[in-house]
Design a protein around this ligand. Sequence first.
Ligand code: SF4
Length: 291
Amino acid sequence: MERGPGKKPEWLKIRMASGASFASTRQLLNRHSLHTVCRSALCPNLQECWSRGTATFLLLGNVCTRTCSFCAVGKAANPPVPDPHEPENIALAVKSMRLKHAVLTSVTRDDLHDGGAEYWIETIRAIRALTPSVTIECLIPDFQANEHALDLVMREAPEVLNHNIETVPSLYKKVRPQASYKASLGLLKRAKQKHGLVTKSGLMVGMGETDDEVAISLNDLILHGCDMVTIGQYLQPSSRHLPVEHYITPEAFEQYKIFAEAAGFRHVQSGPFVRSSYHADALSIESEKTC
Ligand code: SF4
């Protein structure tokens, strides 16, 4: 595999085309004062997804209590109190955007007693009340492995329960210091074994991991009952964030896909621009057919 960051390769040149509904998506999100991980995490697919009329809603504000070195989301030990109207506003936006599949994520609020689990529940219920046919994907934080908070959210039975391991265990200290690889795998196992949910996780590559480490982590996910996985290239949001160690070629992403499918994943998305909720609607429709 090609190594060493060097110049950004051709395949990572972002297509900045914005389609017709890009502006209407942005206006709608602003009108409902909603945060998205698309904007807060500087996602490279924002133009494409908003032009498709989809977005990933960021719950509990846009300030996180964690300090993951790859993430562009704002950070503070005591973020502002969450907006009590957020659940209802998200439900209204889901309806206005005529989404078939709504993807929810959140910052990590270690400052809240239940990590914000109550807000997650309210949001899921508000969406279901307004648009019962919409499928919901919850990309949840680890709630500090608080089993009560995890069960509260998992009992709402989202169609897809997503939680990213983000990277391989040897890089946790550097990449997501407040998280635990074991706890993240345990969370996915709990969602599958205790709640029977369709589970999904995601990895970023290009942070210094080896191919063997990626293979081991993919197998770990399978051993913890994970059904779907996304694998994408890490891109440095700013010079203050973790530097890119290497750019993975499209051919190598194809190799990861082949390996992951052989390992037993029902659905794999692997490519330079792949992110946890990239084309999540397509994946969830597929998973309904097979999971
Ligand atoms: S937990 Fe980490 S990845 Fe998630 S929003 Fe906070 S800083 Fe970013």
